[in-house]
Design a binder for this molecule. Structure first.
Ligand code: ARG
Length: 265
């Protein structure tokens, strides 16, 4: 009795296999027929870094970096999805292949060039010091005997450690800039060093709290670049092409003025 059903069962099995195979094929066809143009590039950006990238009430990322990235992608014909990625995990996410592109006010430097490739610069920045208005500090050197707050693994972190020595306890390192600013407000650090755009934004948004900024000419200019995995020359060329176009047609200037109309270096 059982044997009589065997051919039918086999047939049923084969049919379902065929259907499954068909389904699989359909999926890969969808991706393939869409071609390269529809490859979705995953972009990592630290969303705790207003006004470059922060989350609005709808939990969407907004800010200068986000607008630059979208404009570049648009000109370069790249489909992108921007994912909020904490700064301390960004570089790893890129090398692991979890992100294809990073835009996160990343200063181009030789150390980072060893593990990633950078686009042409899209922003010029420098470090600023923010402290309570009552502070006597007038220059970077004055921080030598004080407690300094920085975001870890940033150029500010490096500058602070250069000033007071590697792993000195007088440098307090935070995962994000909002945490560093919070510590300043609470008096846990005497000063915070950070990129001009984010420091200026913090002071502007806390008018009642009397902080002031020290702009020490000793800090060098820094140039932000969009990063890709080392060796991804094809993607980098597309990004540079997009950047070139938004610089040429005024898009870059328009976005800059929207966020940094009165920013001085
Ligand atoms: N430009 C500085 C650096 O590259 C600070 C970057 C911090 N950016 C951020 N999105 N948290 O080290």
């Amino acid at each position: 009795m059982k044997q009589r059903y065997l051919p039918a069962l086999t047939l049923a099995l084969l049919c379902s296999l065929a259907v499954l195979a068909g389904c699989g094929k359909k999926d890969s066809n969808a991706a393939a027929s869409a071609g390269n143009a529809a490859t979705e590039y995953v972009v990592g950006a630290d969303g705790a870094y207003a006004p470059f990238a922060s989350e609005n009430e709808q939990k969407e990322l907004v800010g200068f970096d986000i607008e630059i990235m979208k404009a570049v992608a648009d000109k370069a014909g790249l489909k992108i999805r921007i994912v909020n990625t904490p700064f301390d995990g960004l570089f790893n996410a890129l090398s692991q292949g979890d992100r294809d592109i990073l835009i996160s006010t990343i200063t181009i430097n030789d150390q980072r060039r060893q593990t990633m490739d950078f686009s042409e610069p899209y922003f010029v920045a420098k470090q600023l010091i923010v402290l309570p208005s009552s502070s006597k500090v007038t220059k970077f050197e004055d921080l030598k005997t004080l407690k300094i707050g920085v975001q870890s693994a940033t150029t500010a972190d490096e500058a602070a450690q250069n000033l007071v020595g590697k792993n000195s306890p007088s440098v307090k390192r935070f995962e994000s800039m909002p945490l560093a600013f919070q510590e300043l407000e609470g008096g846990g650090v005497d000063a915070v060093i950070g990129d001009n755009g984010v420091v200026t934004n913090f002071v502007k948004n806390n008018p009642g709290k009397s902080f002031r900024i020290v702009n020490d000419p000793a800090f060098p200019k820094e140039y932000y670049g969009i990063a890709v995995k080392k060796g991804n020359a094809e993607l980098l060329a597309k990004l540079n092409h997009g950047l070139e176009q938004i610089k040429a047609d005024g898009t870059q200037d328009r976005i800059y003025k929207k966020y940094f109309a009165d920013e001085k270096l």
